[in-house]
Design a protein. Sequence first.
Length: 228
Amino acid sequence: MAAGLAVGAAIGAAPARAAEPVTIQGFAIDATEVTIADFRAFAAATGLRTAAERDGGGFEYAAGWERRPGWSVYRPYGHAPETDAEPAVHVSWGEARDYCRWRGGRLPDREEWRLAAFTETRQSPTDGFETGRTYRYPVGDEPEGMNARGADPWPRHAPAAATRRGVNGLFDMGANVWEWLADRRGADALTAGGSWWYGPAQTTADAPQWKPAGFYAVYVGFRCAYDR
């Protein structure tokens, strides 16, 4: 894992995001997962070479976890992505943490995640959501519209904001890719939200999974939170 980067370690200020973070209650959270374009700007400014690049490629699950040569945040499936708006995957917990610090933020913790993903906090919600109501899935009472295993338009992960907009106006809090959270348990860190490889059960509030913090795979990305 690369050494931690201090806040403001970038050459120049972090650029503005295309989608503004959404304020929940005392904090804000990115409306979408961090994209390849976002992460590319960070790496260029800080000189970061990810662990997946240094170690020969990120991981995919087949007959157990298998390293895929040439797979990285910039080549998630071993070739250039269709768009740099795809989520930044093959990123370790430490690399995700350092990106969020560079942006002036941090990784969200589990309680923030649960609130943002499942309880509608806006006074004037969009998409039929009701203020104060807690939903089973990040897109509502049913899982339709998420990029999970099943009948959806995306064979793998989808670009930012391509799926159904969910609770609090957030995208892909359920499915698409797992997301690193701030919570640590020794050498492990928590991930939440499930991914396109899993079904809806992994997108619920009680389904986060612990993974080695130094791990990086095609199924795991992240988003940032910010104190308000």
